[in-house]
Design a protein around this ligand. Structure first.
Ligand code: T4K
Length: 378
């Protein structure tokens, strides 16, 4: 008996939560030829320089330092500001957020999130501040901006630094322009799964040239010149391959964001009256990036969150539980007093309900409809 599909049954591809947008291979070839010609593969080559400037222009920021990935950028951002002691952060994020604190020998203090945005709740920050607190590390989860005004007010009152994990927030704008201009530093990720990708990559947005210079030294082992090392820096440099790819990707980003917006609108429209599911609203951003589509599966849905996840999987659709487990459930964090579930009821609840649905430019309308039909139980 043959296990091949019958001729009339369509062969369906798996549908992942995301898929990187890629330009045509032919379009990338001239960039590769240039790299081959220059023989400059990394350490701040010509593409690196051009890409930094192009990103500043596109994002509406003054200074930006490219990195090999978002995690090393986060670690370096904290190092650059000489953060020590305790830092207030969210349990509802990718584990790299809290890991960046441990890599700096800093103790994370977890604070619960806001039920509407799933971002760090500013109303709960003050109670967690101790004489050892030096900074706040909030995350613009799913690209929805934090309440940056409230966070900055607290930081100013207590003389704390603010480093935003903006891994999801490429291109997001609030009333005052790019969200990336808030806080002391913001950190982007250009990982393959992000709205804008350079295979792997990341960046720190810096408020001034002096801070950028310090960060540039730190990402190059601490070298200031050939014979001077000023700090125990790391190798966080972006290669010419990734920078060249990023430059090419920038040409297509607006188109990609527009397609994401359409997909987001279809989900919202079709799922609005569906029993047992809630679509997360925006957080007041003026320009969104539709990086993720989080759905909160309620108790009155015929299936549990994990039941729905499995049903989708059975149909070749790979939704993801971003963010389950909570960071505070991982062994290196769970013994901390702030990691206890009683301290984090909103995050615990969201983590049990969330399911991120497929959203990426190449998602075809009929594929999206399949996802919707399964959720609606039709
Ligand atoms: N802060 C926050 C808030 C973050 O979300 C992240 C990263 C960071 C910091 C750290 O930034 P980086 O150091 O990564 O630059 C993914 C990503 O690896 C991670 O970058 C991301 N957050 C996190 C939310 O998601 P996984 O383990 O879920 O990825 P994975 O490999 O299961 O991929 C998900 C789906 O995407 C796959 O099922 C298929 C598709 N995919 C993935 C890759 C890698 C592709 O189609 N092509 C690909 O190349 O962590």
């Amino acid at each position: 008996m043959s296990s091949l599909p019958k001729a009339e049954s369509p062969v369906t591809q798996p549908i992942y939560v995301t898929q990187p947008s890629l330009p045509s291979l032919e379009a990338f070839l001239p960039y590769l030829q240039e790299i081959w010609k220059n023989k400059l593969l990394t350490n701040g080559g010509p593409y690196h320089q051009t890409f930094e400037q192009a990103l500043c222009d596109y994002l509406g920021v003054k200074h930006l330092a490219l990195f090999t990935n978002g995690t090393i950028a986060l670690v370096t951002a904290l190092q650059a500001l000489r953060i020590t002691g305790e830092v207030i952060t969210t349990p509802y994020s990718f584990v790299a957020t809290a890991h960046s604190l441990l890599w700096n020998g800093v103790k994370p203090v977890f604070v619960d999130i806001d039920a509407k945005t799933l971002n760090l709740d500013p109303a709960k920050i003050e109670a967690a501040i101790t004489p050892h607190t030096t900074a706040i590390l909030p995350v613009h989860v799913y690209g929805h901006p934090c309440d940056m005004e409230a966070i900055q007010k607290i930081a100013d009152n207590y003389n704390l630094k603010v480093v935003y994990d903006a891994a999801h927030a490429f291109g997001v704008q609030c009333h005052s322009g790019s969200v990336l201009n808030h806080g002391d530093l913001s950190v982007l990720s250009f990982h393959a799964t992000k709205v804008f990708n350079t295979f792997e990559g990341g960046a720190i947005i810096c408020p001034d040239a002096k801070t950028k210079q310090r960060i540039d030294h730190l990402k190059n082992f601490g070298f200031v010149d050939e014979v001077t090392v000023v700090a125990p820096g790391i190798n966080g440099k972006m290669s010419e391959f990734n920078a060249a790819f990023g430059l090419l990707q920038l040409q297509h980003i607006d188109q990609a964001l527009a397609r994401r917006k359409e997909i987001d609108a279809v989900y919202r429209k079709q799922l609005a009256d569906t029993k047992g599911v809630l679509c997360l609203g925006d957080a007041g951003e003026v320009v969104a990036n539709y990086a993720y589509f989080p759905l909160l599966v309620q108790r009155d849905h015929p299936l549990s969150r994990d039941g729905l996840l499995q049903k989708l999987k059975d149909h070749g659709i790979f939704a993801r539980r971003y963010f389950y487990p909570l960071i505070t459930d991982f062994p290196m964090y769970r013994a901390l007093p702030s990691a206890q579930r009683e301290n984090l009821p909103v995050a615990t609840d969201a983590s049990a309900k969330v399911l991120c649905l497929p959203i990426y430019p190449a998602l075809r309308p009929e594929e999206q409809q399949r996802v919707i039909d399964i959720i609606k139980g039709t």
